[in-house]
Design a protein around this ligand. Structure first.
Ligand SMILES: Nc1ncnc2c1ncn2[C@@H]1O[C@H](COP(=O)(O)OP(=O)(O)OP(=O)(O)O)[C@@H](O)[C@H]1O
Length: 446
């Protein structure tokens, strides 16, 4: 049976960017979220004013946007965005700006509306942001995860094969299962083969099955993973580990949906979707001759890239709360100090490592928190001082974090305490207490 690739291969957001870098491009502004979500505006004139006022060139009705909020000055390959003294500000990657040079791929936020600059010809393929904060067991409300959720919403119901890429612990297994659960095959089997966990000599029979007597230990006929996944989904984890000599056989399965058991003469036709995952850079493996180019191109038709936790630290509070909820603990189980530390750490082991630490603290108490060296100065915080006793070093770090956070928060909210307490989701009285503790004077209104 031929695989159905009805989905658009260009859904991969990375393609949009690479094409944009090829030279002079006509630019468009896509509205990713907010009341005008889905609209796009070709930037053909030298200047645009964006805002809520009906007289603006691009009208955005989001009530958090000022009447005249932002000016865009359009150049050949970039756009300069100037905030026009808006009430709620304009930001990019969480940082407020007054003037910023935007390039294809840049996303800016005005109030609560997100806008992306894209090359005109690829604008249709830009992903809108899903409204969800979970898909299957995957959790996240960052822009990166909401893009992933949009992609999963679109590709899951169809039957096309999918390649999931991402560092270890970013949720590739959860993603594969979520795709199966959201597909029309959900009531069929979900068969997992971890190619890194099967001895190379057994991979062939594990995937394709064997007939009795095919080799010494083959005492009876056995169906392989593809056959067992009939009418369902087979998930090949760590597909980059598939030995070179078996790769043409996988290619045949993907192209013809036909499987021949080891020792058999005939092919049988199977009806299953193949989802694969890898933490490896498969393109690099192709260059090194370890992975077949034709198989890579076949697998990569539809790709989902799971972002690392470093790229989306704003998801950490929601992930922690979800993990606590799953163990039946209230959010108050973790102190603000511990949460602050967990939010600053760069998590090389991604969500898996975060889960392990949260479980450790839940079971053994906060004293069991391992030493977590915060992210480098790029995120604005200094590393823990190893000359101090643990408790003192931890307190210092948290104090530094609190101070930086509060200063930035107040700057963003122009000294307005009510707004700051709302945006940071901190009780107003507690916020005042924290400001007093750090000797920070709010300069704006209440
Ligand atoms: N977005 C997420 N939301 C909730 N839990 C997550 C998320 N991502 C990962 N996890 C949790 O992190 C752990 C690791 O996830 P998973 O096994 O899916 O990662 P992986 O990318 O497949 O890792 P590996 O490459 O090592 O197999 C699991 O406990 C999973 O529940």
């Amino acid at each position: 049976m031929a695989p159905s690739n009805e989905e658009d291969p260009a859904l991969d957001p990375t393609l949009t960017l690479s094409r944009a870098r090829q030279g002079r491009v006509r630019l468009k502004l896509m509205v990713l979220s907010g009341p005008e979500s889905g609209q796009s505006h070709a930037l053909t004139r030298p200047e645009y004013v964006l805002g809520k006022a009906p007289t603006c060139d691009i009208v955005l009705t989001d009530k958090t946007i000022s009447r005249e909020h932002l000016k865009l000055t359009v150049h050949d390959e970039h756009v300069v965005a100037t905030d026009m003294g808006s009430r709620n500000g304009s930001s990019c990657d969480g940082r407020r700006f007054t003037e910023l040079e935007l390039h294809p791929g840049t996303v800016i936020t005005l109030g609560t509306t997100e806008l992306k600059l894209v090359p005109e010809e690829s604008a249709k393929r830009t992903l809108l942001l899903s409204n969800r904060d979970r898909f299957g067991a995957l959790v996240g409300n960052s822009r990166r995860m909401r893009e992933v959720f949009t992609l999963l919403e679109r590709l899951s119901p169809g039957g096309a094969d999918v390649l999931i890429q991402g560092e270890t612990g970013t949720g590739k297994d959860l993603c594969a299962e979520a795709i199966h659960q959201a597909s029309r095959r959900a009531s069929g089997p979900f068969v997992i083969v971890d190619l890194a966990g099967v001895a190379p000599s057994l991979i062939e029979s594990e995937l394709f099955g064997h007939v009795k007597g095919a080799f010494t230990n083959a005492q009876s006929d056995r169906a392989g993973a593809f056959e067992r996944a009939h009418n369902g989904t087979v998930f090949l984890d760590e597909v980059g580990e598939l030995p070179l000599e078996l790769q043409p056989r996988l290619l045949r399965v993907l192209e013809r949906r036909q499987v021949k058991r080891v020792g058999a003469n005939d092919y049988v036709t199977v009806n299953m979707r193949v989802v694969t995952a890898t933490h490896r850079d498969l393109e690099d493996a192709v260059r090194q001759g370890k992975f077949r180019r034709d198989l890579y191109h076949r697998l990569a038709v539809l790709r989902v890239t799971m972002p690392s936790l470093r790229e989306r630290p704003e998801d950490i509070p929601l992930l922690i709360d979800t993990m606590l909820e799953q163990t039946g603990r209230p959010p108050s189980t973790l102190s603000d100090q511990t949460r602050a530390l967990l939010t600053q750490y760069p998590w090389p082991g991604n969500v898996r490592e975060l889960r392990n630490v949260v479980e450790q603290v839940v079971n053994l108490g906060e004293e069991a928190l391992p030493e977590l060296e915060p992210a480098d100065s790029e995120r604005g915080h200094s590393a823990a001082d190893l000359d101090l006793p643990f408790k003192e070093a931890k307190e210092r770090l948290v104090e530094g974090f609190e101070r930086d956070y509060l200063r930035n928060l107040l700057e963003r909210c122009e000294g307005n305490i009510s707004r700051a307490s709302r945006e940071a989701d901190i009780d107003r009285v507690y916020l005042r207490k924290l400001l007093k503790k750090h000797g920070i004077e709010p300069s704006g209104g209440a």
